[in-house]
Design a protein around this ligand. Structure first.
Ligand code: PLP
Length: 212
């Protein structure tokens, strides 16, 4: 794989593609370093890890936290409270729960629904048909803002297979009139951009090797 650093990637990304710096497994100093280069959006997949880091990071008011991990129902209150975006909402029940908490604490998190486009037992998400069947009900949920879809491709696909799945995600989002598609990681972000991603989620490519 070609090596890129943060600034090189920022330079070549089309204007409508946002970069989410995935800082899970990296330190708060790493976050501050990338923040100083102009990065505001950071993604974490564990609530406690994110909270611990955010305590150590100072003078970064414009920093936005994105939750990208598997959502445990008993953590939803904390997630809604501490994160500005949630990319990984993987069931109708969790949407309802998020809505309840969001209404209680008067906060409207921006949500993306995770879709499962390949049969990958390691990944969560709604299958296409489930999403379509539930879509009318989903749209009636009060106090949440659904801005797009998110998908994670299985590991080990060819470039062409990655591209095909990402294009499928883009098509579904367009058909539901959703603007955002959170797709593409260090291994497959170029295909995701080609397919119309609006949020690529990069960890190791910009931070280096993960500690854990
Ligand atoms: C860890 C993670 C990433 C970033 O992975 P890298 O391969 O380090 O770029 C992106 N999205 C999700 C959902 C992740 O859990």
């Amino acid at each position: 794989m070609k090596e890129f650093n943060y600034l090189e990637i920022k330079k070549i990304l089309p204007e409508n593609v946002n970069l989410l710096a995935v800082s899970k497994g990296f330190l708060s100093e790493d976050i501050e370093n990338i923040y100083r280069l102009g990065q505001n959006d950071f993604g974490e997949s564990k609530v406690q890890e994110a909270l611990t880091k955010s305590i150590f990071i100072r003078n970064t008011k414009d920093l936005k936290w994105h939750f990208i991990g598997r959502i445990q129902s008993n953590k939803i209150r904390k997630i809604v409270k501490h994160f500005d975006f949630i990319h990984s909402v993987d069931s109708y029940q969790k949407l309802l729960k998020i809505s309840t908490v969001a209404n209680e604490i008067k906060k409207t998190p921006k949500l993306m629904i995770q879709v499962k486009l390949a049969n990958d037992p390691d990944k969560g998400g709604l299958f296409y048909q489930e999403l379509i069947n539930k879509w009318d009900q989903i749209q009636q949920i009060q106090g949440i803002e659904i801005i797009g879809l998110m998908t994670i491709n299985p590991k080990g696909l060819s470039s062409r297979q990655n591209l095909r799945l990402f294009k499928e995600c883009r098509l579904i989002a367009d058909s539901l009139k959703l603007k955002e598609c959170s797709m593409g990681m260090s291994q497959d972000w170029e295909e995701a951009v080609e397919a119309g991603s609006t949020w690529i989620r990069l960890g190791s490519l910009i931070f280096g090797k993960r500690f854990n």
